[in-house]
Design a protein around this ligand. Sequence first.
Ligand SMILES: Nc1ncnc2c1ncn2[C@@H]1O[C@H](COP(=O)(O)OP(=O)(O)OP(=O)(O)O)[C@@H](O)[C@H]1O
Ligand SMILES: *[C@@H]1O[C@H](CO)[C@@H](O)[C@H](O)[C@H]1NC(C)=O
Ligand SMILES: *[C@@H]1O[C@H](CO)[C@@H](O)[C@H](O)[C@H]1NC(C)=O
Ligand SMILES: *[C@@H]1O[C@H](CO)[C@@H](O)[C@H](O)[C@H]1NC(C)=O
Ligand SMILES: *[C@@H]1O[C@H](CO)[C@@H](O)[C@H](O)[C@H]1NC(C)=O
Length: 379
Amino acid sequence: MRFGGQICFAIGALVVLVSSSWLYWIFKKRKLIVLKEKFFRRNEELKRATNNYDESRIVGRGGFGTIYKGILPENKIVAIKKSQMMDENQIEQFINEVVVLSQINHRNVVKLLGCCLETQVPLLVYEFITNGILFEHINNQSKASNISWENRLQIAAETAGVLSYLHSAASIPIIHRDVKSTNILLDDNHIAKVSDFGASRFVPLDQNQLAIVVQGTLGYLDPEYMFTSQLTEKSDVYSFVVVLGELITGKKALSFDKPEEERCLAMYFISCMNNDCLNQIIDEHMVIEGNIEELKEVANLAKRCLRVKGKERPYTKEVAMELEGLIRKKTSRNGLNYSEIEYLLDKASIGYVVGGYRSNTTTARVDSMAEDMLLHGGR
Ligand SMILES: Nc1ncnc2c1ncn2[C@@H]1O[C@H](COP(=O)(O)OP(=O)(O)OP(=O)(O)O)[C@@H](O)[C@H]1O
Ligand SMILES: *[C@@H]1O[C@H](CO)[C@@H](O)[C@H](O)[C@H]1NC(C)=O
Ligand SMILES: *[C@@H]1O[C@H](CO)[C@@H](O)[C@H](O)[C@H]1NC(C)=O
Ligand SMILES: *[C@@H]1O[C@H](CO)[C@@H](O)[C@H](O)[C@H]1NC(C)=O
Ligand SMILES: *[C@@H]1O[C@H](CO)[C@@H](O)[C@H](O)[C@H]1NC(C)=O
């Protein structure tokens, strides 16, 4: 009798166990089906948005995928990054980008709107940045003359601001690792949007980091990092300043068509600073009345950031503050003060005379700066 009761109990327990795990399995499977349907629908939507990934929708190609312009229903325009093929390294970069970008919310970082990692080839969806890469704006003559010294200073300050945020304000510090003028996009108002976080890394780095191959782009690569494989935030400082150099000289980070001493912008820049012939290297467009002192200050900052020893370079926070300080000084010299800035904010849509010239872009820039100053109490 007692024996039979135990059997009954055991059978009962077994039935409960089997049926509950069966239910659980059904539930999981249903959830998976629903999820798959959702992904399938989203994939279809992205396929439609890009006209089945039509050639004409390609806006750029990178080492890790092709970027398409996508038009979603309701005319929302997005950039869709599609991996070329299934490659372990590529998938890793894609996932890295998702993980990093999902931690970041900054107005000068390209927003990641979504991703489809379930598909054969992973897809990433970003906000679409309308005005192309900074590199093009520096190197295409008709565009370069269109982007003023003020614009350039502001773009530099915005980029430094992003790096400073990544290095010290994000919940887990992040090193970008691939700062260059082709990874900075501009919007219609020439506001900088930093992109391409595929190579970025969280700090503190794990011990294996030393074994990983040195990654980055020649011409921007920190020589200390290159020789020691020791990655620190100061490597981003070095790369950033090469971009700053591009902005003030209008030259490329590496120009293979130039004589050897001019080939590498960072080296050329340092030698010009040391020989007191800065005017030889600065873009003539940049020299306008009253900005010689500013150019010198920026060049001095650049020199400090190019020091061979990372420890001796300033932190990005200092770099960003110095650039913002220059801009503020400039604005106040141009006769703007708080009440005027507030007035300007009201007049946002009118082409307003700032510092002696009339331009919509300049107004937009001053507005966004004014907004910053109002929000952060003139930091
Ligand atoms: N959000 C965006 N909006 C508009 N155009 C974009 C956007 N993102 C990228 N592009 C364009 O696509 C090009 C390639 O993009 P991206 O550099 O991100 O690709 P990648 O594969 O990560 O390249 P890399 O070789 O630098 O790793 C860019 O140079 C730019 O012209
Ligand atoms: C330079 O920019 C102009 C204006 O956007 C464009 O029409 C031209 O094709 C560009 N030149 C090159 C070489 O890309
Ligand atoms: C120069 O800038 C103006 C206004 O920002 C724009 O309308 C124009 O197309 C730009 N020119 C070039 C060549 O990019
Ligand atoms: C700011 O500018 C306004 C208008 O030009 C002027 O009346 C005011 O005194 C200025 N304020 C300061 C603090 O300079
Ligand atoms: C500047 O703004 C005015 C008024 O909003 C507009 O008509 C004009 O097209 C703008 N110019 C440029 C170059 O964007």
